[in-house]
Design a protein around this ligand. Structure first.
Ligand code: SF4
Length: 332
C-alpha cells in the first residue's frame, strides 16, 4: 500500500532547501498577513506570506490571474463556497482513483523530515512500479526553479501502447462541458511544470541530518530500505533516480471530467514547449521574489473579473494604480 503521513499529505519537506515546513501549498499561518507584511516592511511575497516553497498549483494559478491568486492568500474569507465544494469534490475523485490502485497505510510522523521521508519512500516504491512498466498515481515531484523550492504531485504516470511515458492530469469541471481556452491555458502550463520538474528529477539532482522517527524507520524497513537519517533517504532516492531506466515524459494529457456525474468530458493532448515554460517560470517567480508587483488580468481577459470573488476589492480592476490598460502597457 501507499504510505501516508498522519496529516495525509499536508506536510511538505524542507529538505536542505529551506527552513521548516508549511502546510501544502505553503499556506500562510493564521493572522493578518498584511499587518505582518507592514511590520516587516518586506516587499518579497515569499517572506510576506511566510512561504518556504511554492506548489505547482500556486504558479499555474498565476496564469489565470496573478492578482486573484494573491487575494486568495490575503483574503481567504472572500473565497466563494462553490470553489471550496469544487476543490473538495476534486480531491475525493482523485482519492477514489488512487484507491483503485492501492490501499493507504497511515504512519505517525514526528518531524518535517519524517513527512518528507514518507514522500521519498513512496517515490522509491513508485519508481520500482514505473520501471516494471506499470502505472503510478499521485507521483510527487520537486525541484529548485529560479532559486525557489517548488513541489507538486502528478496525478498519473503510465505508458502508452507505444511505450511512451505519459503524464495524465485529471481535472474536474463544474459544468458538463469542456473548459474555456483560458482554463486550458492554465492547465497546459501546469502539466508543463510537472514535466519540467519530473524530467529534471530523473536526469539527476537533490541533497539533511535529522534522524528519522521510529515509525518511519520501521516503515522504511518494511519497504526494504535501511535508513536512519533523512539524508540517507535522499541519497537513496538520488541514486535510484539517476540509475533508473525511466525516461523523460513523452506525452502530456489532460483529462476533464464532470464533477457531479463523473462523466468523461474529453481529453487534451498538449505539445510541450521547453522555452515557453522556462520563460514563464522566470516571469511568474519574479513576483514571488519581489522583483515586480503582482498583476491582474490583461484587458482582453477582463471578462474573468465578472466571475471573480475579489472583484469588489480588486485594485487592479479599479485601476487605482493607473488603469489596467496603462499598467498593462507599462509592464510590457
Ligand atoms: Fe484578477 Fe479581475 Fe479578479 Fe482583479 S477582479 S483579481 S484583475 S480576475
Amino acid at each position: 500500500g501507499l504510505v501516508v503521513d498522519e496529516c495525509f499529505r499536508t506536510v511538505m519537506p524542507s529538505c536542505s532547501l529551506g527552513p521548516p515546513t508549511e502546510p501544502e501549498g505553503g499556506d500562510v499561518a493564521k493572522g493578518n498577513v498584511l499587518e505582518t507584511a507592514k511590520r516587516k516592511r518586506s516587499h518579497v511575497p515569499l517572506e510576506i506570506f511566510h512561504l518556504r516553497y511554492l506548489s505547482v498549483t500556486d504558479i499555474s494559478a498565476q496564469v489565470w490571474c496573478e492578482q486573484q491568486m494573491v487575494y486568495r492568500r490575503e483574503r481567504p474569507d472572500l473565497t466563494t463556497p462553490e470553489n471550496i465544494v469544487l476543490l473538495n469534490t476534486g480531491k475525493s475523485i482523485h482519492l477514489a482513483r488512487e484507491l483503485e490502485d492501492h490501499d493507504l497505510v497511515t504512519v505517525s510522523t514526528t518531524s518535517r523530515e519524517d513527512s518528507w521521508a514518507i514522500k521519498v519512500l513512496n517515490l522509491l516504491g513508485m519508481l520500482l512500479v514505473l520501471q516494471e512498466g506499470h502505472r503510478v498515481r499521485e507521483f510527487p515531484v520537486f525541484g529548485v526553479l529560479e532559486d525557489i523550492f517548488v513541489v507538486g504531485v502528478i496525478d498519473q504516470l503510465g505508458y502508452t501502447p507505444k511505450g511512451e511515458l505519459e503524464l495524465n492530469e485529471l481535472k474536474t469541471q463544474n459544468n458538463a462541458s469542456m473548459p474555456s481556452a483560458a482554463q486550458k491555458k492554465r492547465d497546459r502550463f501546469q502539466v508543463f511544470l510537472y514535466k519540467y520538474l519530473f524530467d529534471a528529477m530523473v536526469q539527476g539532482c537533490l541533497a539533511p541530518e535529522q534522524p528519522l522517527g521510529p515509525h518511519v524507520q520501521d516503515q522504511a524497513r518494511k519497504s526494504g530500505f535501511t535508513v536512519s537519517h533523512f539524508r540517507d533517504l535522499l541519497e537513496l532516492l538520488s541514486l535510484n533516480l539517476t540509475h533508473c531506466e525511466i525516461p523523460a515524459i513523452d506525452r502530456l494529457q489532460i483529462e476533464y471530467i464532470h464533477q457531479d456525474s463523473g462523466t468523461a468530458l474529453g481529453t487534451e493532448v498538449v505539445a510541450y514547449d521547453q522555452d515557453e515554460v522556462g520563460a514563464a517560470v522566470r516571469y511568474f517567480l519574479a513576483y514571488w521574489k519581489g522583483q515586480r508587483d503582482s498583476r491582474g488580468v490583461d484587458v482582453e481577459d477582463a471578462w474573468k473579473c465578472r466571475y471573480c470573488a475579489y472583484a469588489g476589492i480588486c485594485e487592479w480592476r479599479m485601476g487605482k494604480a493607473g488603469s489596467p490598460a496603462e499598467r498593462w502597457k507599462k509592464s510590457k
